[in-house]
Design a protein around this ligand. Structure first.
Ligand code: NAD
Length: 286
């Protein structure tokens, strides 16, 4: 690795798995000291241990991003440990129930928005404090291609990610003059445990081959693809990039009609035997 981020410090939420874990490893390999924050302390510990075994510096912290006191404690602990905060990736997220809005339970709607949007809001506020003191920093948040294209099922997820993009644009607009950059990353389909409910729900009909077909580049993203973009965006090489939604989707959003067609067809299959992840009831066919 190039050690592009030597002497920088980073905090990543949802750092125990998937995109967050790959990004934590990659930031550390580039020289950054990393706080791996997750609801699941076991996975966060494992990622931090892996980084330390590879010669890097990392700490694992448990926090639920929907709980402000826990978020503040994690940021405070990171600052005490590393002295400053240069990079923050608000990445923790929840997959939605695969039902259209008419069948979306209020409980599911609130839960997805709470984790995916309010969680990012709380982390952004906690990151701004040290970064404004330092007069520097990069705030990143994991939005999604689904934040720019409505999902045919699980619209609360799309709404939460559109909110993340707008929040990040606001941060870039207001705090840019203080030396702070802000970028929303918008991955397409990424091969992580996040999508397991999708494989179950689609019963193998569509699965990974269908998602691969949605990207003109012919594959799903790996978590490492996303991590590489985060390193670039956090680095000096991206010093004039701010306030944007940075797409990492293999060209999938360039082929919206194909993608929407596949997703909608997949959903039509799903509705017959659909299931909820957050609520208890089974969706009725509509
Ligand atoms: P993942 O399931 O592998 O990792 C998500 C992590 O977030 C888990 O470690 C989980 O414990 C943690 N988490 C969940 N709720 C939390 C909470 N309340 N507080 C703290 N941590 C919490 O999923 P992933 O694919 O790596 O997803 C990471 C982000 O990327 C999410 O925001 C997701 O919406 C987004 N995203 C994923 C994809 C994809 O296809 N996998 C595509 C676009 C965007």
């Amino acid at each position: 690795m190039s050690e592009r981020l030597l002497n920088q410090t980073a905090l990543i939420t949802g750092g125990g798995s998937g995109i967050g874990a790959a990004t934590a490893r990659r930031l550390a390999a580039e020289g950054a000291k990393v706080a791996v924050v997750d609801l699941d302390g076991g996975t966060a510990d494992a990622v931090a241990n892996e980084i330390r075994e590879a010669g890097g510096e990392a700490v694992s912290l448990v926090a639920d991003v929907t709980q402000n006191a826990q978020v503040e404690a994690a940021f405070e602990e990171t600052l005490q440990r590393f002295g400053r905060l240069d990079i923050m990736l608000a990445n923790a997220g929840l997959f939605p129930d695969l039902v259209p809005v008419g069948e979306c339970l209020e409980e599911s709607w609130r839960r997805v928005l709470d984790v995916n949007l309010t969680g990012v809001f709380l982390c952004v506020k906690a990151a701004l404090r040290p970064m404004r003191r330092q007069k520097s920093g990069v705030i990143l948040a994991t939005a999604s291609m689904a934040g720019t294209i409505p999902m045919p099922a699980g619209i609360e997820y799309s709404v939460s990610k559109t909110g993340v993009i707008m929040l990040i644009r606001h941060v870039a607009q207001i705090y840019g003059p203080e030396g702070i950059r802000a970028i929303a990353i918008c991955p397409g389909w990424v091969d992580t445990p996040f999508l397991e409910p999708l494989w179950e729900a689609f019963g193998g009909w569509t699965g990974k081959s269908a998602l691969r077909a949605m990207a003109p580049l012919g594959r799903m993203a790996t978590p490492e693809d996303v991590a590489a973009s985060v390193v670039f965006l956090a680095s000096e090489e991206a010093s004039f990039i701010s306030g944007t939604a940075f797409t990492i989707d293999g060209g999938a959003s360039a082929g919206i009609p194909v993608q929407q067609g596949l997703l909608t067809r997949g959903y039509l299959r799903l509705r017959a035997g659909g299931r909820r992840l957050l609520g208890k009831s089974t969706p009725r066919p509509f």
